[in-house]
Design a protein around this ligand. Structure first.
Ligand code: ADP
Length: 485
């Protein structure tokens, strides 16, 4: 795989600062591993504050000219970048599977999904409209301008090595901002390949910079800089809170997409096949490692046994293995720590009366592979219901009434993804309105798309990504009053 990637020119292992590929200034490196085999794939620079400050300076310099380009120019360059991402779909997907572990088919889907944010941003660049407001005094005119916020610092996680970057960088660049991106050190290669394609597309030097290495040092440099006007982050709630607090020092605009605790509510009146397929999709995508993965499956008592059995049947059929192997739908977890967390949550749940009805062990493949698991008799007070599982474990809880389901679903500090399965239109609306979540899938388990706003309420975050709303995160509003006319 790596030789194919090298010949495609996409295996980049340096940071990108001001259009130049650079090592860490002190020459230090860290290793990137294939989670399916434990083998090292590449050495990447272990950068820190100095490199980050230079990347910020480059972005700040580039901002002067980039922010003055026409929307049409930015649109054309983004469109070219999109075309190149799609032209290199296979290689990018291989990189994703190599460093992140997800099955190749899911990686292809991620490239389509991730690239779509660039395409959408290219289109939306041309539609950043201002406003004209009727004035309160007849000798005045009131105008509203929308202008780019400035240099953006973007910090992204490992579970979607491409899409978490494009959904930030696409709208940022479309609005006229420049960016310093810090991908996860676990999955930097996809980010670097995408950056290489941005250069080929003709996006000017300094508009997109990529640094990686010592995450807290890089984060601190981004937060301390008065030139960085916006921080956008996807990752854990704990780090998100730190960044929000750190951004206060220079009062930056902040967007956060943090952890979820998605309820997936199956009502008695649901279509069983639709509910099972939707739940499997919502729970087991990327082996349960997405922030909108179903975390608590709430099943009404009348359909409880039937649903649990049908879910076991479906989950049993899922093939576990290396993401490059034919037919595999469940890859490894990202690392050993992720497996240990799953083990400890299951141990805690079973010690309090939950029952494992499928799986519940490390997979015979060893390393970071875990068996797809279904457990019943889970209670909302257990750790497995309070924390994000981020693994291939489906915990089933029982409820009696619609009111009880809503109460349990909302009894968490998180509020990102949620799902309901019912054949009643009235109930769909009632429950969708009552759920304290940013996204609700009704009879659908996978709903994220570049055309719709994605984001959380409560401690799941601030702001939205994708859609026309995602553009606002990178724009400032300016009121201009023309007086004494
Ligand atoms: P996850 O559980 O998804 O790895 P993290 O919040 O730990 O979530 O990581 C998300 C991103 O945040 C990664 O790029 C990681 O390197 C980065 N990160 C972790 N700690 C910090 C920090 N103190 N400051 C800035 N970025 C950080």
């Amino acid at each position: 795989v790596t030789s194919q990637l090298t010949s495609a020119g996409l295996l980049r292992t340096q940071g990108l600062i001001g259009g130049k590929w650079v090592d860490a200034y002190d020459g230090k490196t860290i290793k990137v591993y294939n989670p399916a085999t434990g083998e090292p794939i590449a050495d990447i620079p272990c950068m820190g504050g100095n490199e980050t400050n230079d990347a910020i300076s480059s972005a700040y310099d580039a901002y002067r000219s980039w922010s003055k380009t026409t929307a049409s120019e930015r649109s054309k360059l983004l469109r070219k970048w999109y075309d190149l991402l799609m032209a290199h779909k296979e290689e990018l997907a291989q990189l994703i599977t190599l460093e992140q572990g997800k099955p190749l088919k899911e990686s292809i889907a991620e490239v389509n999904y991730g690239a779509a944010f660039i395409e959408f941003s290219a289109e939306e660049a041309k539609r950043v409209y201002g406003d004209i407001i009727p004035p309160p005094l007849s000798d005045r005119r009131i105008f509203v301008l929308k202008q780019p916020v400035g240099v953006v610092g973007a910090i992204t996680p490992w579970n979607f090595p491409l899409a978490m970057i494009t959904r930030k960088v696409g709208p940022a660049l479309a609005c006229g901002c420049t960016a310093v991106v810090k991908p996860s050190e676990l999955t930097p290669l996809t980010a670097l390949a995408a950056a290489e394609l941005s250069i080929e597309a003709g996006i000017p030097a300094g508009v997109l910079n990529v640094v990686m290495g010592n995450a807290p040092d890089i984060g601190d440099a981004l937060l301390a800089s008065t030139q960085v006007r916006k921080i956008t982050f996807t990752g854990s709630t704990a780090v998100g809170k730190k960044l929000m607090a750190g951004a206060a020092g220079t009062v930056k605009k902040v967007s956060l997409e943090l952890g979820g605790n998605a309820p997936c509510i199956i009502f008695d009146d649901a279509d069983l096949d639709v509910a099972v397929n939707g739940t499997v999709a919502a729970k087991f995508r990327n082996s349960g490692q997405t922030c909108v993965c179903a975390n608590r499956i709430l099943v009404q008592e009348g359909i409880y046994e039937k649903f649990a059995n049908a879910l076991v049947n479906a989950v049993q059929k899922m093939k576990v293995g290396d993401g490059f192997s034919e037919g595999v739908v469940q890859g490894p977890l990202i690392n050993e720590a992720a497996v240990k967390k799953v083990e400890s949550l299951i141990q805690d749940a079973t010690s309090q009366g939950a029952k494992v009805i499928l799986g519940g062990q490390r997979h015979s493949l060893g390393l970071t592979f875990y068996e797809p698991t279904v457990i019943t008799d889970v209670k909302n007070e257990m750790r497995i219901s309070r924390e994000e599982v981020f693994g291939p474990v489906a915990p089933i809880l029982r409820f009696k009434t619609e009111e009880e389901a809503i109460r349990i679903a909302n009894d968490t500090n998180a509020g990102l993804g949620s799902y309901i399965f019912t054949n009643s239109v009235q109930r769909s609306w009632r429950v969708a309105e009552a759920l304290e979540y940013g996204l609700v899938g009704v009879n659908e388990g996978v709903i994220s798309t570049e055309v719709a706003p994605f984001g959380g309420v409560k401690q799941s975050g601030l702001g939205r990504e994708g859609s026309k709303y995602g553009m606002d995160e990178y724009l400032e509003i300016k009121y201009v009053c023309l007086g004494n006319m």
